[in-house]
Design a protein around this ligand. Structure first.
Ligand code: DAH
Length: 343
């Protein structure tokens, strides 16, 4: 009996001293397990007399229960303690500023292209695209520039092979669209990347962006072109802008014109941006050449059309006062961020 008391004392002490749940579990296995000291004491039962056994048995059971209760009580205590420790360790300082995800912004060229698209869509145009690796056929032949024609020299070209090239202008989309829609009326804008074998400098790039405009129907006249381009100039550069036509030459238009906008910086008085002239050249245009219409399948005695090709970089540079075309492609985020519209 004395030994039992001693054992109980010892177990209670060990349980009380347990510092963690895992230590407590070890004590549990030790004291209540099959090979533990309490179990050993049980084995002594067989040496006792029949009268002594019940009291002894009751005592052992009492110890077992006491130890088990003590372990449960301690477990509760340790669980709270360990939870508090964990909470303390994993505490988050919600007053600290978090990391702000970086949100990019639309590229200035995309911005200008979308602006142009929007204003033409508002006039009933649809947007058409075409391949950048293009057939010589659509880029030149169908634009009334046959093999060996000197007009090909105006556009230094990246050839892939005899038949294919990187399109030099969005007029290639125009000739495809004409073929697709002939003999019916058509009203499209055709934006896209174009390529020229140019040496890159502040105003030249081997790759840039154009947008072609094309309207074919019965009775389309040069005055329709003028009204359309004046509308575009006012939307892009301000309501007080006016435009002028100068005679020009393109193989795919007749007559052909070069289009100037009155300078938006000096309002036409003359300044460095317009080189003192009051006018800024923005695009080439004209009445679609009868050959181009006929080749695509139109009856040029019944149908006529106008077309224009505008450089998107050029419009963006004028609109935002950008002095070097290379800014669009060198991806300096300080430049790109200037076109952020909101944070
Ligand atoms: N394709 C011409 C170029 O890249 C631009 C152009 C001029 C397009 C007159 C046209 C046009 O549609 O009618 O220089």
């Amino acid at each position: 009996m004395e030994k039992l008391e001693q054992l109980k004392e010892e177990a209670m002490q060990a349980i009380e001293n347990a510092q963690s749940l895992s230590e407590l579990q070890q004590q549990r296995v030790h004291y209540l397990g099959k090979k533990g000291p309490i179990q050993d004491v049980m084995k002594m039962m067989k040496d006792l007399s029949a009268e002594e056994r019940p009291a002894f048995g009751a005592q052992v059971n009492e110890i077992k229960k006491a130890v088990s209760d003590a372990i449960e009580a301690k477990r509760g205590e340790l669980e709270v303690k360990e939870m508090n420790l964990r909470l303390e360790k994993e505490k988050i300082d919600i007053t600290l500023e978090g990391y702000k995800p970086v949100i990019g912004n639309i590229h200035p060229l995309t911005l200008v292209q979308q602006e142009l698209e929007d204003l033409f869509i508002g006039q009933g145009y649809t947007v058409a695209e075409g391949p950048e690796v293009e057939l010589d056929f659509y880029n030149f032949e169908r634009a009334n520039i046959p093999q060996g024609h000197p007009a090909r020299d105006m556009q230094d070209t990246f050839y892939i092979d005899h038949e294919r090239l990187l399109r030099t202008h969005t007029t290639a989309i125009q000739t495809r669209q004409l073929e697709l829609h002939a003999p019916h009326p058509i009203k499209v804008i055709c934006p896209g990347k174009v390529y020229r074998r140019d040496d890159d400098d502040a105003t030249h790039s081997h790759q840039f962006t154009q947008m072609e405009g094309l309207v074919v129907a019965e009775g389309i006249q040069l005055s329709d072109l003028k009204g359309t381009l004046e509308f575009m100039a006012k939307k892009m550069f301000g309501e007080s802008r006016v435009i002028r036509f100068r005679p020009s030459y393109f193989q795919f238009t007749e007559p052909s014109v070069e289009v100037d906008v009155s300078c938006h910086v000096c309002n036409g008085k003359g300044c460095p941006v317009c080189k003192g002239t009051g006018w800024i050249e923005i695009l080439g245009a004209g009445m679609v050449h009868p050959n181009v219409l006929e080749m695509a399948g139109y009856d040029s005695t019944k149908m006529s059309g106008f077309a224009f090709g505008v450089g998107v970089e050029r419009v963006a540079m004028l609109k935002y006062g950008i002095d070097d075309i290379r800014h669009f492609y060198t991806n300096d985020v300080r430049f790109l961020k200037m076109f952020k519209r909101f944070d």
